[in-house]
Design a protein around this ligand. Structure first.
Ligand SMILES: NC(=O)c1ccc[n+]([C@@H]2O[C@H](COP(=O)([O-])OP(=O)(O)OC[C@H]3O[C@@H](n4cnc5c(N)ncnc54)[C@H](O)[C@@H]3O)[C@@H](O)[C@H]2O)c1
Length: 256
């Protein structure tokens, strides 16, 4: 067995321009994967792909709004044609309004956009990737949810609903696609991404309350904590793991 866990694998990660997505791209590349980055911001798509390429693997970065079906299907097709297939799909990109609003003040527009960029995006990416995973003899999907959903944090109604929808979708796909050799798992992370830093600044009290729930008493690192956990689920080390949610959050969600 190769020493590098993702040698010869092709990974597509959404939202890989910064934060956790970038951490996943770097962690996967360090384990030998070629990495495609589908990212809303064309500049960070390019800089992340350059960082990944500098690690000695192939990488492409292209602009993509995962909140539209055409872009999701385009990202999957571009990855398959430019890198030669897809073995691992990581649905990491997400949008939600920051700061959040109470449920009764949530607009239809915010609810819809949050569902589109989280739940619909994950559905569109999974459906479009499925034939490519099959063509490679199976594969692994890692979707991103949140303990905002599992806890039901205030002011997060659209986000919590979307993220819990992703967990349900993932469990169904694990059942339906398991016989085809496709594993589907979910990570609920807690890490010091730019998105997290922005949230800590706009909602300092909610942030402080959430930090106090972490038994390990630190905020996770996008690459070393979340990226490496994603590599574990993507790799054959997790060959007998599917339909699960892994809380990579210092123990906050898992000890609830
Ligand atoms: N950071 C945490 O502690 C935390 C906690 C719970 C859940 N999460 C989840 O982890 C994932 C990554 O979060 P993060 O903290 O790194 O976020 P972030 O905001 O720091 O980065 C998100 C990335 O996704 C990109 N993106 C946003 N909308 C997009 C779209 N429509 N199409 C394509 N790309 C888009 C952004 O440009 C950015 O590069 C998300 O699914 C988030 O909900 C993070």
């Amino acid at each position: 067995m190769s020493e590098r866990r993702l040698e010869g694998k092709i990974v597509l990660v959404t939202g890989g321009g910064r934060g956790i997505g970038r951490g996943i791209a770097l962690a996967a590349a360090k384990q030998g994967a070629d990495v495609a980055i589908a990212e809303l911001d064309p500049d960070t798509a390019k800089t992340s792909a350059e960082e990944v390429s500098a690690l000695g693997v192939r990488s492409v970065g292209f602009p993509c709004d995962v909140g539209t079906r055409a872009d999701c299907e385009g990202a999957v097709a571009a990855t398959a044609s430019e890198l030669g297939g897809i073995d691992v799909l990581v649905n990491n990109a997400a949008w939600t309004r920051t700061p959040g609003r109470p449920l009764l003040e949530t607009t239809d527009e915010d609810f819809a956009r949050t569902l589109e960029t989280n739940l619909w995006a994950t559905f569109w990416m999974m459906r479009a990737s499925h034939p490519h995973l099959l063509r490679r003899g199976g594969g692994s999907i890692v979707n991103f949810a949140s303990n905002s959903g599992t806890f039901g944090r205030e002011n997060q109604a659209p986000y919590a609903a979307a993220k819990e929808g992703i967990r349900g979708l993932s469990r169904v796909a694990a059942q339906e696609w398991g016989p085809q050799g496709i594993r589907v798992n979910v990570i609920c992370p807690y890490a010091n991404s730019p998105g997290m830093v922005a949230w800590s600044e706009t909602e300092p009290e909610t942030y402080a309350a959430s930090l106090a729930t972490i038994p390990l008493r630190r905020v996770g690192d996008c690459e070393d904590d979340i990226g490496r956990a994603t590599v574990f689920l993507a790799s054959d080390d997790a060959a007998y793991v599917t339909g699960q949610t892994l809380f990579v959050d210092g123990g906050a969600g898992s000890t609830r």
